[in-house]
Design a protein around this ligand. Structure first.
Ligand code: GAP
Length: 456
């Protein structure tokens, strides 16, 4: 990790916003929390689901060469022998002889303890996998591990997927799921957790085409972040040095993001070669080769692996969306989320709690929520309600006023441009749909003279 990034949003502000507005809470907070474990609150779970859906849509639903998988977290323990995790998935741990804090020695700058300056022990390798037992008896024979990556579930299902999906090379599998690592150094909010979620692709290719697919996925995955609102200048590619490469990788690039604490890995893209299929084949005794009907040969495909973190993506989208400005002479905190990611798409706000207004507003609300996550808010002034929605990133507010009772029109107010337009209730859903899909122009309904634009 590098030095704190100047000009970036302060992490403390993000943590406070997330807690205040119900995005993220410390895990088991009433007991004092659990180190590096977090709970996603009502808005957090929506944002997280939207990130996962956007990823799934881009890498599975809209492609012919990908299929999905949801493998179990607990796997046969031989998996981790074959994968190299039992031996190699370890960090060098040192402990301070005075304050007893523990550190990763490969991340330390000087010789002493970063906290008190005390003398450190010699490093020893600490395996990051969480161990548990299957069944009632806690003995060596029943040891299993919480998976430290979702990837292995895809490798061990290679044959099942080839046989059932009838995919031909090149093709890939995608999986979203929890992973667990007993990290020595944690912190920076949800950047490094002990329990987190991954979105991983294992893309199987002919060995001689690996370079082309490696480059392809680096570009594809970078573009995904940009399309969903991450500024290009906040992303960079970083190649792993030979010493840094994981035991399975031939080549690896990180897509780094400029987090509040500096540049750090958002997603890793590795060329795993044939390491995994060869290893699992040899440990299981099952052939994991692919029969090429054109050349009539058995080959072991190479694997290109774009591996993203849901929690780190969450943090990156949050950082890039965060803004502070002044509206109507008052300060505003606003999250400029891409509409696909915004936890709440529309808020319905009746101007007053008068019964006839409320009943119309409730009708509109009931209709819109059949399509989207919608908030209904009638508490406090309209200005404060707009601010509340801005702070959680709601792209559109629909205001229902007394005139709405007469002309059956409502006002849509846009979070980013602050433009307000008046639309007939009959056209509201279609207009919001178009706006949420990023259309700039409004389609005038028949008798379009009723449309007007004003700035607040
Ligand atoms: N299968 C390859 C693999 O797991 P990795 O670089 O160790 O590679 C991939 O992890 C991604 O998972 C990272 O880029 C990051 O987004 C996420 N990730 C890894 N460890 C994490 C942790 N402790 N907390 C949150 N996210 C983590």
């Amino acid at each position: 990790m590098t030095e704190p990034a100047p000009g970036r949003v302060d992490m403390a502000k993000l943590v406070s916003l997330c807690q205040r507005r119900g995005f993220i809470f410390p895990s088991s907070e009433i007991y004092g929390g659990l180190s590096s474990c977090w709970d996603y609150g009502p808005l957090g779970v929506e944002l997280k689901q939207n990130i996962k859906q956007a990823w799934w849509r881009a890498v599975v639903r809209e492609r012919d060469d990908m299929v999905g998988l949801d493998a179990s977290i607990l796997m046969h323990p031989r998996t981790w022998e074959a994968s190299g995790h039992l031996k190699g998935f370890a960090d060098p741990l040192v402990e301070c002889k005075s304050c007893h804090l523990r550190w990763r020695s490969d991340e330390l700058k000087g010789n002493g303890c970063p906290s008190c300056g005390g003398e450190l022990t010699e490093p020893h390798l600490f395996n990051l996998m969480f161990k548990t037992f299957i069944g009632p008896i806690e003995e060596q024979a029943s040891v299993v591990y919480l998976r430290p990556e979702t990837a292995q579930g895809m490798f061990v299902n290679f044959e099942n997927v080839v046989n059932t999906s009838r995919k031909r090379l090149p093709f890939g599998m995608a999986q979203i799921g929890k992973a667990f690592r007993n990290e020595i150094t944690t912190g920076n909010f949800i950047f490094r957790c002990r329990e987190f979620e991954q979105m991983e692709i294992e893309f199987f290719v002919r060995p001689e085409t690996d370079k082309r697919w490696f480059d392809y996925w680096i570009e594809e995955r970078t573009n995904w972040y940009v399309k969903l609102g991450i500024k290009k200048e906040n992303l960079r590619l970083r190649q792993h040095s030979q010493e840094e490469l994981a035991h399975y990788a031939k080549e690896c690039y990180d897509i780094d993001y400029l987090f509040p604490m500096g540049w750090a890995e958002l997603e890793g893209i590795a060329n795993r070669g044939d390491f995994d299929l060869v290893q699992h084949s040899s440990f299981s005794g099952k052939s994991l080769s692919y029969y090429d009907e054109e050349t009539k040969e058995h080959i072991t495909p190479y694997i290109i692996e774009p591996s993203a973190g849901v929690d780190r993506s969450f943090l990156a989208f949050l950082c890039d969306a965060y803004g502070e400005d002044v509206v109507e002479g008052g300060p505003r905190v606003v999250l400029h989320f891409h509409p696909d990611l915004a936890p709440i798409k529309v808020a319905v706000l009746p101007l007053s709690r008068r019964e006839n207004l409320v009943s119309l507003a409730k009708e509109v609300y009931a209709d819109l929520r059949r399509n989207w996550m919608v908030n209904y808010d009638d508490a406090q002034s309209i200005g404060r309600r707009y601010r509340r929605q801005d702070e959680i990133g709601t792209p559109f507010c629909v205001t229902i006023d007394f005139q709405s009772l007469e002309d059956k029109q409502v006002t849509i107010r846009e979070r980013d441009s602050l433009n307000q337009i008046r639309v007939p209730i009959s056209e509201l859903k279609a207009t919001l749909q178009a706006k949420l899909e990023g259309e700039d122009l409004f389609v005038l309904p028949p008798g379009g003279q009723i449309w007007k634009e004003e700035k607040t």
